[in-house]
Each structure stands twice: as C-alpha cells, then as structure tokens.
Design a protein around this ligand. Structure first.
Ligand code: PPE
Length: 315
C-alpha cells in the first residue's frame, strides 16, 4: 500500500512537504526504537471533519515521552494545536493522524538523552485495518506463541516505538499462518491484547476486558467502548482473562483507533459464539459509529471539529 497521504508534514514546528520530511541515518531512533507515537482518526461526520478524542491522545503521547525519559520541547497545548493545523492544512476529511516523537541525530549508544527530541505529524487515509469485511464479518485470529513483555520488562502503557518489535513478531507470525491478527498472552499466561488492539470478551451478557496493569496499552477506543457499554446497560469487568475463557465466549471483539470495533469470529480455528458478529458487539458498534459519523449526539465531547484550510495557490 502506497500512502494516500496529506501533502504536508508538521516537522519540528514548520510545515514541509511530505517528500522533504527526511532524517539522517544516524538518528538514534533508527537504531534503538527511541520514539513515542500516536494514532488518531479524523472522521468525516455529517457536520464536517472532526478529530476523535484528540486530548486523551495528546495526553498519552506526553505520558509516553515521560516513560521514555524524552523531554518534549512542546507543550500539550502546542501539540494539540499542531495536530489540528496539520489536519486543516492537509484537507483530508477522513484521515489517520500519526504524531511521532523521536530522538534524532547527535550520538549513538543506548542512552540517547543527548540527542534532540523531534516531533513530526503527518496524515494519510487508512481504511479497514483488519481487512475490508472486518467490521461486519469479523476476523479469524490466533493466540500467539509470543508473549507480551512483562510489566517489569517494558512500559506497555507507553506507546513507545521499540516496544512494537514485540507486536511485529506476533503479527507477522499470525499472518504467515493465515490469520488476520494475533492475541498475545501476558507473562502469566493471561490474555493481554492484540498486536495493535485491545480485546473485549462477552460471556453471559457480561463484558470483560484486560485491566490496565495487564501488560496492555491503555487504549482510547477501549475507554470509549467501556463508556458506551455501560451506557447501554452492560456490566463491564476489568479483570484477568484466561485463554480458555476466549474459546467458550459468546462474543469477542478488538478495539483500536485503526481497527475501530472489529468482531472476532474464530480463534485458533474455534468458532466464537455463532461464528459471526454478535448482538452486543453490533450494539456497541452502532453507538460508536453513530458518534463518529455525527449521526448520534456527541454527548461526551469526543469530537474536535476541524475547519479545513482553503488551499493556497501553488499547494
Ligand atoms: N494496543 C496496542 C498494542 C495498540 O498498538 C493499540 C493501537 C491499541 C491497543 C488500541 O489503542 P487505541 O488506538 O488508543 O484505542 N494501535 C494503533 C497503531 C496500529 C498500527 O499498526 O500502527 C492504532 O490503532 O492506531
């Protein structure tokens, strides 16, 4: 997939064209994965383009930098503004936004704190993360042979570049074996999350999800879905989930900015429930996509409207 990208990249405070946003091969981040990033969606609502849950994403980026001991030369407010300006300038009413903080070029060696901390923000169109039919038909996944990093091995609550080597191993193995995605267990054998998604399990009308201390990323879609599920009257329990709970669940779905709310129809070739999207998953999706399309009221203030900038001549 070549990028269907917005033409401009916010690069350390200035807009540069996509093709000019380059860094040096000696940059610390290339060698050691010293970066923190976000994934945020702009939705084309019936009231115009709007960024979904911008503030919690910026807050998580700031926290990821804190965990990685990366000093950010920009404030939360400046980053939030820069993201909105990038979306407005690029003019893509529905897009995926990727802010990336990284250690640039100065020295090598694992302690990269002498390197400059840089920030880029770019946008591109990203369709269905887990395939065209994922949202309605669901996906076939496996339990990975890889484990998530232990709580004292990495900082899973930070969206830190190097930690995605673990996700890459799990995802590549799953795809190589014919599955769309992997579910990764934690160091104790409990369910953590997908390679790039959080997981929810429905059994006897109760909804379970891994607690934040369970080696997961604190997903913003996860948080949104917990709110929606409780509003719909379901009990949501954040508690350790065992592998066998998965196989006999009534419904299971993934959540993530890229994957949105995606049902899982089989795990390790065992059908989940009826082997198709279940009614609770569907009800949560309807609420989620109702809000992100602007058809339902934005009662939680999750949407930040963006006024697209008129293209200047020569753009
Ligand atoms: N866990 C992991 C490991 C993860 O990467 C994501 C997001 C989530 C949970 C869900 O978090 P949230 O997006 O806040 O609901 N994964 C992002 C990156 C995917 C990629 O391939 O890159 C995303 O969904 O944007």
């Amino acid at each position: 997939m070549a990028f269907d990208n917005g033409p401009y990249i916010w690069f350390d405070g200035k807009f540069v064209r996509w093709e000019d946003a380059t860094i040096h091969v000696s940059a610390h981040v290339l060698h050691y994965g010293s970066s923190a990033f976000e994934g945020i969606r702009t939705y084309e609502t019936i009231n115009g383009p709007a960024i979904f849950r911008l503030e919690p994403h910026v807050k998580r980026l700031v926290n990821s930098c804190k965990l990685a001991r990366m000093e950010l030369p920009w404030s939360h407010e400046e980053i939030s503004q820069a993201i909105q300006e990038t979306v407005a300038r690029n003019g893509q009413p529905a897009c995926y936004i990727r802010p990336l903080v990284f250690r640039g070029s100065e020295v090598l060696g694992v302690d990269g704190r002498k390197c400059p901390t840089q920030l880029v923000i770019f946008t591109f169109k990203w369709g269905r993360y887990l395939g065209a039919d994922a949202i309605e038909q669901g996906v076939d996944v496996c339990v990975s042979s890889w484990r998530r990093m232990a709580p004292d091995t990495a900082a899973s609550l930070g969206k830190i570049g190097g930690q995605y080597v673990n996700s890459q191993f799990a995802k590549m193995e799953a795809v190589e074996n014919g599955y769309s995605e992997a579910i990764v267990l934690d160091i104790n054998g409990y369910v953590a999350e997908g390679s790039g998604e959080n997981i929810f399990v429905v059994a006897d009308r109760v909804i379970y999800t891994t607690p934040l201390a369970g080696s997961i990323l604190s997903g913003i879609t996860r948080d949104s879905v917990i709110t929606i599920a409780r509003e719909l009257g379901y009990e949501v329990r954040e508690m350790p989930i065992s592998r066998d709970m998965l196989y006999i669940a009534d419904e299971i779905f993934f959540t993530g900015t890229a994957s949105e709310v995606s049902p899982i129809r089989s795990i390790d070739k065992i059908e989940i429930g009826a082997g198709s999207r279940g009614p609770i998953t569907k009800a949560i999706q309807e609420r989620f996509f109702g809000i992100t399309s602007g058809k339902l009221p934005d009662k939680y203030g999750w949407l930040t409207p963006v006024k697209m900038r008129e293209p200047a001549s020569g753009d």
